[in-house]
Design a protein around this ligand. Structure first.
Ligand code: FAD
Ligand code: AMP
Length: 475
């Protein structure tokens, strides 16, 4: 006999598990199925984000930054560290244990909320039934009033760059290297490429990043992108823009890479090559034939603004649908859908989704870039405040970067906030809240910010929009 649920969620990443938890909080009977298997063979909830993405990358970014600061910065504070050495094994053990704690946490949350967590592969059948195949070959079918598809994404591969999992690898493998590669190649200067390149550069690799586009970080405000490029180059990342990789092959213990740029064809030899050219939606064996759920031309499940597919009571959230591939975007979609299923109000404000790149300095933004506002034709004003003028940033020896606000000239609305600097990812929270409430620049100007804090940079940038900055030059 099949089991019956109000909601079955397929995928327990940051889109699926919040959907399951909120649905259970809404007093619905919920199961969440996930097939994720780690490299050691263990099963875990949490999806890409917890197992192979956000969390392990941030664990290594933190460790590698501490190492680099101990090496290059502590002396400035008058702290002398003799005989500094890297113990990569311990660093990797810590990364793995952070991940394990977080993924175990989802089991705890499922239990506490009454979600039935199931390890296995889920496939949507006709009539909102879900076929579950366990790794041991067992099969069962769940009946569901509603099904939420949250199957996530997987790294894009380049046909002419065949992975072998050892020398030519994806972002997951690159988080689990057991030795620092002397020469590391990274294809793609996107968020993932830059974060991984930074980790291994700080730990001692010579890093070359090959990026096909001429423009660096095209989605980022270009004042911020230029500042980022300057710092990353200074840190020793060899960023080659306009460099399109045509092929790569393992030769002995190294990888030969061929790429072309404005000057012609070049070859490059590296010890490891990370392919970080983006991610694509993952829907393998997710949908039984003729089920009616539509995919778009890029393979994303088609949904409306409330994440409804065209099939009654079938929803899809997270990386497998349109929109930025970000954990927090998926989480909000999951929560929205679980509330809508329960007959409550649910909405995602797609205009106010923050983005963060965890390089050093960190980069974070929300809303429109200056370029986008300019292109829209709406008259605008800009305020910039450099961290060099922030007492807290100086005290932290982290005075690189700036906060920049782009506001409308007509009604003073804040249109975009862009930060490069210490804890930018935390600072952007204030801007997100301000924009969520359609704040004017004056609202931020009149908000008291504690002193000395990094958040004063946001305050001063808002003042600078009207040439009223106190601690900065109103240029
Ligand atoms: P996923 O996390 O991919 O989860 C989908 C889950 O569904 C997986 O566990 C998968 O095994 C399971 N699944 C798929 N199909 C089935 C099936 N048929 N049956 C059962 N289970 C199935 N985002 C951020 O916001 N911040 C960051 O700092 C950040 N850093 C990142 C760093 C790296 C290196 C990478 C790779 C990604 C990063 N991301 C980051 C992106 C983030 O990980 C994704 O946006 C997020 O994980 C998407 O969540 P999701 O739930 O849609 O999908
Ligand atoms: P993102 O989509 O943000 O993860 O970034 C991936 C980056 O990889 C994009 O900036 C692409 O331009 C870049 N890219 C894709 N294919 C290639 C290639 N063959 N050679 C170099 N860069 C590439």
């Amino acid at each position: 006999m099949s089991e019956a649920y109000d909601v079955v969620v397929i995928g327990a990443g940051p889109a699926g598990y919040p959907a399951a938890i909120r649905a259970a909080q809404n007093k619905l009977k919920v199961a969440c199925v996930d097939e994720w298997q780690n490299t050691d063979g263990s099963f875990a909830f949490g999806g890409t984000c917890l197992n192979a993405g956000c969390i392990p990358s941030k664990a290594l970014l933190e460790s590698s930054e501490l190492f680099q600061r101990a090496k290059d910065e502590f002396a400035v504070h008058g702290i002398k560290v003799g005989g500094l050495t890297l113990d990569l094994q311990t660093m990797q053990k810590r990364r793995a244990s952070v991940v394990k704690t977080m993924t175990n946490g989802i089991n705890t949350l499922f239990k506490a909320n009454g979600v039935v967590g199931i390890q296995g592969h889920g496939q949507l059948l006709a009539g909102n039934r879900v076929l579950i195949k366990g790794a041991d070959g067992t099969e069962k079918t769940l009946e569901a009033k509603h099904v939420v598809l949250a199957s996530g994404s997987t790294p894009v591969r380049l046909q002419s760059v065949p992975h072998d999992g050892k020398y030519i690898v994806d972002s997951w493998n690159a988080l689990e290297f057991d030795a620092v590669p002397a020469r590391l190649g990274v294809i793609g200067a996107g968020v993932i490429g830059l974060e991984l390149g930074s980790v291994w550069r700080r730990l001692g690799s010579e890093v070359v990043v090959l990026e096909a586009l001429q423009e660096f970080l095209p989605m980022v405000d270009q004042t911020i992108a230029k500042e980022a490029m300057r710092h990353l180059k200074k840190q020793g990342l060899d960023l080659k823009l306009g460099a399109k990789v045509s092929s790569a092959a393992v030769k002995g213990d190294a990888v030969d890479v061929l790429y072309s740029d404005g000057q012609g064809e070049h070859s490059l030899q590296v010890d490891k090559l990370v392919v970080a050219v983006g991610r694509r939606p993952f829907t393998r064996d997710l949908l039984a034939q003729g089920i009616g759920v539509q995919l778009d031309e890029r393979g994303f499940i088609k949904v409306d603004e409330h994440c409804r597919t065209g099939v009654a009571n079938v929803w899809a959230v997270g990386d497998v649908v349109r929109g930025p591939m970000l954990a927090h975007k998926g989480k909000e979609e999951g929560v929205m859908v679980a509330d809508l299923i329960a007959g409550h109000y649910g909405e995602v404000n797609y205009k106010v989704i923050p983005s963060v790149i965890y390089t050093a300095p960190e980069i974070a933004w929300v809303g429109q870039t200056e370029g986008q506002v300019k292109a829209s034709g709406r008259p605008y004003k800009v305020g910039v405040f450099p961290f060099a003028a922030s007492g807290r940033a100086r005290a932290m020896e982290q005075a690189a970067g700036m906060a920049k606000i782009v506001s409308a000239k007509d009604d003073d609305e804040v249109l975009g906030v862009h930060v490069i600097g210490p804890m930018a990812g935390e600072l952007i929270g204030e801007a997100v809240l301000a924009m969520e409430y359609s704040a004017s620049t004056e609202d931020i100007q009149r908000t008291i910010h504690a002193h000395p804090t990094l958040s004063e940079a946001i305050h001063e940038a808002a003042l600078a929009v009207d040439k009223k900055a106190i601690d900065g030059l109103n240029r």
